[in-house]
Design a protein around this ligand. Structure first.
Ligand code: FES
Ligand SMILES: [Fe+2]
Length: 457
């Protein structure tokens, strides 16, 4: 049963209050888009509500009645696989007086009982019962007492997305060409799959878009991540570990950035690799103690070792799905807005499975090495980035200095190319992906979404 949302939850958006074409120009954006609480409130409807948003991965709720709590913008959700295996995104909100129903981060439950007055709901969202019902004249079979849920929930190869907007295109159409790098990222693993593990959780005092602006930024690497680059390469004779290919003239290297439409973009550093078994592992930076694990691995697996070690190596790609998902290395990063100047940046680890039955004992060792790749960029690089985001948020308090520039590559003939499929490609340090995704952001902010929630009948 669909319930249209008649009142837009914020007064901003559409053409109300802001001249969006003034705030987002071809070469620059206004500081307000990062600092204004009213714009943030509107984003929670127009972006985190108006477009598809990544919610969770199917491997986090593998069995029936498994659930995990998440957010859609600021809305607390319970993402659950119900008793029949259907994946739902329930609002984590009791229909009685509005408290959150589920306080656990994850678990297995056929029903949820509200901690406040004890109303209980099946994991389909349907009201199951209320304490002492004789005190009510109401008919509790009325669907309005069933928990609200996100009306459109769809998966792409394990990645679960949801939107409240009935006018949004089907998920596959909205993802478009970004599915190709997602497929490649998955298909290099046995069975074309990953299992999502626990996360490395960071938070920063800055707007969520600062993280998305940076997600394909090849311009900052050698400056912002200098200490990581030096750490990665201190024991390496060739000096080719980690992100070393950014060191000298990254724009002439074979890597590139590609804008894929609908706000999605892709940084492909794989062309820099030596394409041979072991070529991926060769750029993995050493961590204390790992060399012994690696030497033992090589001793045990002999000729197979190189190819097996590639399954542990971090793939040099950044696959960014607007507005909140990033696949990079072996990790899944999720950006979670908390307030106009507060964001969670969550790095989920992934492991592989022995889908073809030929990994045997090597599986656990590959996954252990794979987990240790968290000790590279996610721990020692991301902190550089979040420091930048916090310092940008501070800098943007200089009220009268209004503009933020993203014009690298703009107006240079031949530098930015539109390909036959409509995607746009440019050298690795180009800011074209920022200019393009922020146009999609502006389009969403200017359009009134057709919002609805759903309840079980
Ligand atoms: S608020 Fe949930 S039972 Fe009262
Ligand atoms: Fe960075």
């Amino acid at each position: 049963m669909l319930e249209r949302v008649s009142q837009a939850p914020s007064r901003v958006g559409g053409d109300v209050l802001y001249a969006w074409d003034e705030l987002v120009q071809e070469d620059r954006v206004h500081r307000l888009i990062y600092t204004d609480p009213a714009i943030f409130a509107a984003e929670m409807t127009h972006v985190f509500g108006g477009t598809w948003v990544y919610l969770a991965h199917e491997s986090e709720i593998p069995g029936n009645n498994d659930y995990i709590t998440r957010h859609l913008g600021l809305r607390p959700l319970i993402v659950v696989r119900d008793a029949h295996g259907k994946i739902r995104a329930l609002y984590n909100r009791c229909t009685h007086r509005g408290t959150t129903l589920c306080r656990w981060p994850k678990g297995n439950a056929g029903s949820f009982q509200c901690p406040y007055h004890g109303w209980s709901f099946l994991n389909t969202g349907k009201l199951r019962g209320v304490p002492w019902p004789e005190g009510y004249a109401a008919d509790f079979r009325d669907p309005k007492y069933n928990v609200a849920q996100v009306p459109r929930v769809e998966s792409y190869r394990g990645f679960i997305f949801g939107t409240l907007n009935l006018d949004a295109p089907p998920l596959l159409q909205w993802l478009g060409p970004i599915t190709k790098p997602i497929d490649q990222w998955l298909d290099r693993n046995p069975g074309g799959q990953v299992v999502v593990c626990e996360a490395n959780r960071l938070k920063f005092k800055g707007n969520w878009k600062l993280a998305y602006d940076n997600s394909g930024d090849g311009y900052h690497v050698v400056y912002s991540h200098r200490s990581l680059l030096e750490t990665e390469n201190r024991l390496s004779e060739e000096g080719n570990k980690g992100m070393a290919f950014y060191r000298s003239s990254p724009d002439t290297a074979p890597m590139y950035v590609q804008y894929m439409g609908n706000g999605h973009h892709f940084k492909d550093k794989r062309p820099n690799l030596n394409q041979r078994p072991g070529g991926l592992w060769a750029i993995e930076s050493p961590h204390p103690g790992m060399e012994h694990a690696e030497a033992e691995f090589r001793r045990r697996y002999g000729e197979r070792a190189e190819a097996l070690l590639d399954l542990a190596g971090s793939e040099p790609v950044n696959i960014n799905v607007f507005p909140n998902l990033s696949l990079l290395g072996n990790h899944i990063q999720v950006f979670e807005p908390v307030s106009v100047e507060e964001t969670n940046a969550i790095w989920y680890g992934t492991r592989i499975v022995d889908a073809n039955g030929d990994l045997g004992d090597a599986l656990d060792e590959i996954n252990a090495l794979r987990m240790r790749t968290q000790e590279g960029f996610p721990n020692f690089g991301e902190v550089d980035d979040v420091a930048n985001f916090e310092q940008i948020q501070r800098g943007l308090q200089c009220l009268e200095d209004e503009w933020v520039y993203m014009h690298r590559g703009l107006g240079i003939p031949g530098r930015v190319r539109t390909l036959d499929d409509g995607t746009i490609t440019a050298p690795a340090t180009d800011e074209v992906f920022m200019r393009e995704y922020i146009k999609e952001w502006k389009r969403l902010m200017q359009t009134r979404p057709n919002l609805a929630i759903q309840r079980e009948p």
